[in-house]
Design a protein around this ligand. Structure first.
Ligand SMILES: [Zn+2]
Length: 122
């Protein structure tokens, strides 16, 4: 199981979430391009194909944005909870990659706490 320093982990989360966002925007451009250059005013099989392609791209846009937002909001939630309450140092712990929630142990004062939980439970 891979461990990363919190700041490194957070940076990686932001890179990955923005990769999803860029993919989402690319799909958006593709969607607009199909409407602009192919259109939906054809008759017969071509019209059905272009509407079906727009439908699939639309679903992809929603899913890609959802992935961006889930990862991004989780990373930001963790960043707001990464300060040690005992000694005040920021991000002084390691994160097990893929773990949710994150069990943090301060490297300065050995204080334990859990970050990344939803606010309703914690
Ligand atoms: Zn501490």
């Amino acid at each position: 199981m891979q461990h990363l320093k919190f700041t490194r982990w957070h940076e990686r989360q932001l890179f990955m979430s923005f990769a999803w966002l860029v993919s989402c925007l690319m799909c958006g451009f593709l969607f607009v391009t199909i409407i602009e250059f192919v259109g939906v005013n054809f008759s017969g099989i071509f019209s059905i194909l272009s509407i079906f392609a727009l439908y699939l791209i639309g679903i992809a846009i929603i899913e890609l944005f959802r992935r961006f937002w889930m990862r991004f909001s989780f990373a930001q939630t963790c960043a707001t909870q990464a300060t040690c309450r005992s000694c005040g140092s920021y991000g002084a712990f390691e994160v097990r990659v893929g773990a949710r929630p994150i069990y943090a142990r301060c490297q300065n004062c050995d204080h334990h706490w859990i970050i990344g939980q939803s606010k309703k439970r914690g």
